[in-house]
Design a protein around this ligand. Sequence first.
Ligand code: ATP
Ligand code: SF4
Ligand code: MG
Length: 315
Amino acid sequence: MASPDVMLDIISLRAHFPTQDGLVKAVDEVNLQIGKTERVGLIGETGCGKTVLGMSIIRLLLPSARIAGRIIYRKRDLLGLSEEEMRLLRGREIAMILQNPATSLNPVLKVGDQIAEVIRLHRGLDKDAAKSEAVQMLDAAMIPEPSKRADQYPHELSGGMKERIMIAMGLAGQPSFVIADEPTKGLDAITKKEIIKLIRDMTVDRSMLMITHDLNAAGEACDRIAVMYAGELLEVAPAQAILSDPSHPYTQGFIRSLPSRGLHPIAGSSPSLIEPPTGCRFHPRCPRAKDICKREHPPMISLGKAASVRCFLCT
Ligand SMILES: Nc1ncnc2c1ncn2[C@@H]1O[C@H](COP(=O)(O)OP(=O)(O)OP(=O)(O)O)[C@@H](O)[C@H]1O
Ligand code: SF4
Ligand SMILES: [Mg+2]
């Protein structure tokens, strides 16, 4: 039983996709607890399963996905809810800050009206109240001249401004749990910094899973970081500990591959999710691999309340 401080308890989650080539095990036996008002960053190489994990929580995967496990939110298993029950939760309790403003914003509707619609839908305000609340949301998202901006169409706004609109829209239903998938993708360095600060400020009283390739962004916005590799979590630890003293060889390699840390890529390439390597999934690329690593699958070992690691040599 999860403690009352836990907002989301992901238990033995699997999300597999049948394909012509075989079963793609995009998420495989993932366990993760996210506390009330805790922000967790989810990092890992492209294709390791981050978005599939986020989409599993908000139940937006294609019907062909084979999902197993439990995702407990406020004593309810999200995976057991009907689509109608889920529709009532989406946006209002659990929301997603969508990744791509270019495809997620309606080009023929004023941005203020798009946010007001979310507010009306989830908070039951009338049209005028929702419109004025939308302007307040734009103001909270640090958008200058919010009343004027509310009357503009997406194409009239810069990339950074559109990302702020996406954040305001994601939070318009006042959700308790937010999933942000690559919120800084494609932004220049200065805008990226501003957006990270905005996300941090606007999620102070909420729980968040922030999916990103950008470890530094995760370090700035999040309390803990979970590292994913080939569908599994390999390490979870407080953000500062991961940045300054990572335990897992993959996390160490991921950090060394950052431009700010010397740009030394990890040798080899991401494994197949249809037939992942036996034993430790990272063993073909691990500089510390031993014989046991090829034969046996390392369990996730707890290193205390907030940290755990999946490696025979890290405990
Ligand atoms: N509907 C689907 N059918 C089959 N395979 C899928 C489907 N959706 C995702 N996958 C596969 O699942 C794996 C994980 O995909 P996912 O989008 O979660 O990666 P990611 O970690 O978010 O990558 P990126 O950092 O590039 O966004 C990939 O191999 C992807 O091809
Ligand atoms: S279990 Fe072995 S192969 Fe896997 S990360 Fe640890 S040392 Fe490397
Ligand atoms: Mg993704």
